[in-house]
Ligand binder design. Structure first.
Ligand SMILES: C[S@@+](CC[C@H](N)C(=O)[O-])C[C@H]1O[C@@H](n2cnc3c(N)ncnc32)[C@H](O)[C@@H]1O
Length: 424
């Protein structure tokens, strides 16, 4: 067995997708790690990766990138906030699988605080196998790219955006237990049915089908009977083998990618009155500042392009503003959120055929086609996204993965290098 095959085996044992870990796909990544470690041969490097979990972690990081930011998919946090506001059960518990540098669990913490939950009643467990990413999370200094989209008004008191850094407030960090571990193994020991919200976002794209299903089984077991599962924009419960058990949260926001068990009649999660701050009157600590009232339900707005030049190149200018998003695009998004990807693709393609090449539409098409397994259409849509928004990290990473799947490791590496520039 060649050295690259041995390394590929190690990566597959960690549940990574075989297309991303084939000897061709990992050749340039291994060369890069050999350069970084000063190791002369692939054989010697394979030995190192087998015996050093730290080095294996560095290798895995080149494939499953610790890419994240605060309030990613803002609608999901509106849905989560409404969930926490209406849930009487205390404490509230959330799980963030693949938390990377912590932006996701910290966003969950800020959301719970803003929903009026007492800090002592917020328990968030965040898991990731990457020790460097967790170390960064522990500092609370997430780097400037952690605030890429909009921070909701109600969460701004927990986030400080500085010119070259984004800092999360200690009270939000204190709610989060950051633990090194890999799914599914790290999930076996956790209490069944104990998590009100389970986040597992943007991990599935890197994993084998077996790995996703093994994780899905655990997510299902860990979620409270009336809990909510939060996934990434191109992910659906079916990807985790949970197709029959879950459906989109009724009354949840479009773009929330939030799923509840079919057996649970989910009330309209947005129709909850703001929590009164005097609920902690019987506690010996002062209540947190009153949170602002819930924003009205909104359609998830795509991220704005990262440069004005990109905006200038947009052939049709309907890009990111909620009020200008067409009704058709809204219904395509709603269909995608409801898990009806065929309908979403159909509507989105009809809009596309009118000549619309807006960022919002192309992002939706990329996600929907990827979800349907149509990698050719997905790739073409993500390419258009990168044309409109050259630093769109999400699109660049999707393109890297798709190039890997085609066996074009050199192109994948170029996309990754561009994405890395955008995250630093
Ligand atoms: C793209 S990030 C996702 C970050 C965050 N969930 C989000 O959506 O913003 C992918 C993360 O998955 C982590 N990862 C890779 N394999 C994993 C596994 N088996 N279990 C848990 N996390 C894993 C990587 O270390 C990386 O930090």
């Amino acid at each position: 067995m060649s050295a690259l095959e041995r390394i590929a085996d190690l990566l597959r044992a960690a549940h990574l997708d075989s297309a991303l870990t084939s000897p061709e796909a990992i050749r340039s990544i291994v060369s890069e790690r050999r350069r970084a470690t000063g190791i002369a041969s692939d054989d010697a490097y394979a030995d190192l990766a087998a015996r050093s979990s730290a080095e294996f972690g560095k290798l895995r990081e080149q494939i499953a990138v610790p890419e994240t930011w605060l309030f990613r998919y803002p609608s999901s946090f509106e849905t989560l906030r409404a969930q926490f506001m209406r849930q009487a059960r205390r404490p509230v518990r959330a799980l963030s699988v693949a938390c990377a540098t912590g932006a996701e669990p910290f966003s969950i913490a800020a959301t719970a605080l803003a929903a009026g939950v007492h800090p002592d009643d917020i328990h968030i467990l965040a898991i990731d196998p990457n020790p460097d990413a967790l170390e960064r999370a522990r500092t609370g200094d997430l780097g400037r790219m952690a605030a890429r989209g909009e921070i909701p008004n109600w969460a701004q008191q927990y986030v400080t955006v500085l010119p070259n850094n984004v800092r999360v407030a200690p009270e939000a960090r204190a709610c989060v237990d950051l633990r090194e571990g890999s799914a599914p193994a790290a999930l076996f020991e956790l209490e069944r049915g104990s998590f009100d919200a389970v986040f597992c976002r943007n991990l599935a794209i890197y994993l084998s089908d077996t790995g996703r299903r093994a994780i899905g089984e655990q997510l299902d077991a860990l979620l409270h009977p009336d809990g909510i599962l939060y996934l990434g924009h191109a992910e659906r419960p079916a990807l985790f083998g949970l197709e029959s058990g879950f459906e989109s949260v009724q009354g949840g926001q479009p773009g929330a990618f939030a799923f509840a068990r079919r057996s649970v009649a989910t009330p309209a999660v947005n129709s909850v009155p703001p929590v009164q701050s005097d609920r902690w009157a019987d506690r010996d600590r002062a209540p947190l500042p009153q949170t602002s009232p819930a924003r009205p339900a909104t359609i998830a707005a795509p991220k704005p392009p990262s440069s004005n030049a990109a905006a200038a190149r947009t052939p049709v200018t309907v890009t990111s503003n909620e009020p200008t998003e067409s009704k058709m695009l809204q219904s395509a998004r709603a269909a995608a959120d409801a898990g009806d990807l065929h309908k979403a693709a159909d509507i989105a393609e009809r809009i596309h055929s009118t000549g619309d090449r807006s960022l919002a539409l192309m992002e939706l098409l990329g996600a929907v086609h990827l979800g349907l397994g149509d990698v050719i259409s997905a790739e073409s849509a993500w390419r258009q996204v990168v044309y409109l928004d050259p630093q769109n990290v999400e699109a660049l990473l999707h393109l890297a993965i798709l190039a890997d799947r085609r066996g074009d490791a050199a192109l994948a590496q170029r996309y990754r290098a561009r994405a890395a520039k955008g995250t630093s």
